[in-house]
Design a protein around this ligand. Structure first.
Ligand SMILES: [Zn+2]
Ligand SMILES: [Zn+2]
Length: 415
């Protein structure tokens, strides 16, 4: 039985052979394109239900699967099929998912993000087909219809789109999409993506593409005029005139640039635990921050704790941009069940762009994971921006809890 709570199926082309959009869990879209001899299923989402049964409810033709790229939310349903194609540059990504699948779905972040999926699948019962290679320019022959493969390395190295010239449709996976994710470890620099994107859009123009269907259940297809907005946005980013804001989610942190309804998440930041190799850069940054606050950084005097960060703090993070430390945040043990928020500093250039919240939220999550019950902090009433940040994160004023003569604001957050 097809679970109608999970799948919404819509015929998006009334041509002689149907084209169907199959949306899984209102999150990931697959497309079934039928020709006279064969049908092609573009992506397989998480494959929560028997996808081969869903396809046979729509067509009698044999089904070939093509994955737009190797990400988990586009390939996991591959195990319902024997015949699967993918760009060879995403093969390793696919193999990683397939080989680590049983362990991966037991990880806490997977359970949190994909609870529904994790609960209804036994990883030991599943085996994945090997993927056959496709490359840029390949043609998938469905009989009286063909699909043309166009590569757009960027989101991943092996990302492709498929062009249906008869229906003037492009199936674009995560490559031409309402929010482009380029902040992932496996993503390529925005300059590379832009170059490949332009080349692919030229091809779409040549075929007179009217509708671009992305991989994530948008209400309406994109058009070529949307791609113009994307190109001009990326050009602004590449020439350094675009303003970005901090972004974080389950997949990591990045910088979000918004252009009208379209946005792109780029690499460019790292939030990493302190190690001694960061010491010179951290000291330089901290000295500048202290100076700005009218204080002197004295690592060999009253700030000697900075010489034994790893043992003195529960966690100590450095926010890195272009190899420079541009922010810090730390937690220090307070009482048995609590920690103190320390060393929250951010380079002035990055303020007002959500980076402060990113730092605070990181250590709040850590404190929770480490089992602490509350966080305290001391500050000064003149640091208005910092106090606003603390309040936004949920900290509330409390009575003085230490004898720090500089501090006149004391706050607490219950976890
Ligand atoms: Zn993806
Ligand atoms: Zn995706």
């Amino acid at each position: 039985m097809i679970n109608e709570d999970i799948y919404e199926i819509e015929k998006i082309s009334a041509g002689k052979c149907g084209v169907y959009k199959i949306c899984e869990s209102r999150e990931v879209s697959m497309y079934l394109v039928c020709g006279s001899k064969k049908a092609c299923l573009i992506d397989t989402a998480y494959g929560l239900n028997d996808l081969s049964e869903i396809c046979s409810s729509l067509t009698d033709l044999p089904v070939t699967v093509v994955n737009t790229h190797g990400h988990i939310d586009h390939v996991l349903g591959n195990h319902w099929f024997d015949n699967v194609y993918m760009h060879l540059d995403d093969r390793n990504l696919y193999l990683e998912i397939v080989s680590g699948f049983a362990d991966m779905i037991r990880e806490p972040w997977v359970k949190e993000k994909y609870g529904e999926f994790v609960n209804c699948i036994d990883p030991d019962d599943i085996s994945f087909p090997d993927a056959n290679d496709i490359v840029d320019g390949d043609v998938i022959d469905l009989g009286d219809k063909r699909l043309i493969v166009a590569g757009i390395p960027g989101h991943t190295a092996g990302s492709i789109v498929l062009i249906d010239p008869d229906e003037k449709i492009c199936f674009s996976g995560d490559s031409i999409i309402e929010q482009a994710w380029l902040f992932l470890e496996e993503s390529l620099p925005v300059e590379t993506y832009l170059k490949n994107f332009k080349r692919a859009v030229e091809l779409l123009r040549k075929f007179g593409i009217e509708r671009i269907y992305s991989g994530h259940c948008a209400n309406k297809p994109l058009t070529l005029s949307d791609t113009d907005i994307m190109i001009s946005g990326m050009e602004k980013i590449c020439s350094g005139v675009a303003e970005g804001r901090a972004f974080s989610n389950f997949a990591g942190i990045g910088i979000e640039y918004s252009f009208g309804e379209w946005s792109i998440l780029c690499q460019g930041m790292d939030l990493i635990p302190y190690t001694s190799s960061l010491k010179p850069r951290l000291f330089e940054f901290t000295a500048i921050c202290f100076e700005e606050l009218g204080k002197k950084f004295e690592p060999s005097g009253r700030h000697s704790i900075y010489n034994c960060i790893e043992s003195a703090f529960e966690v100590f993070y450095c926010l890195i941009d272009n190899d420079n430390v541009i922010g810090t945040v730390a937690l220090k043990r307070f009482e048995d069940d609590s920690v103190e928020l320390k060393a929250l500093y951010l380079d002035s250039v990055y303020r007002g762009k959500e980076f402060g919240s990113l730092l605070i939220n990181k250590v709040i999550a850590d404190a929770r994971n480490l089992g602490y019950k509350y966080i305290v902090l001391d500050s000064m009433s003149q640091y208005k921006d910092a106090l606003r940040l603390y309040e936004k994160a949920g900290f509330r004023s409390i009575e003085r809890y230490n004898d720090n003569t500089y501090a006149d604001v004391f706050m607490r957050l219950d976890l």
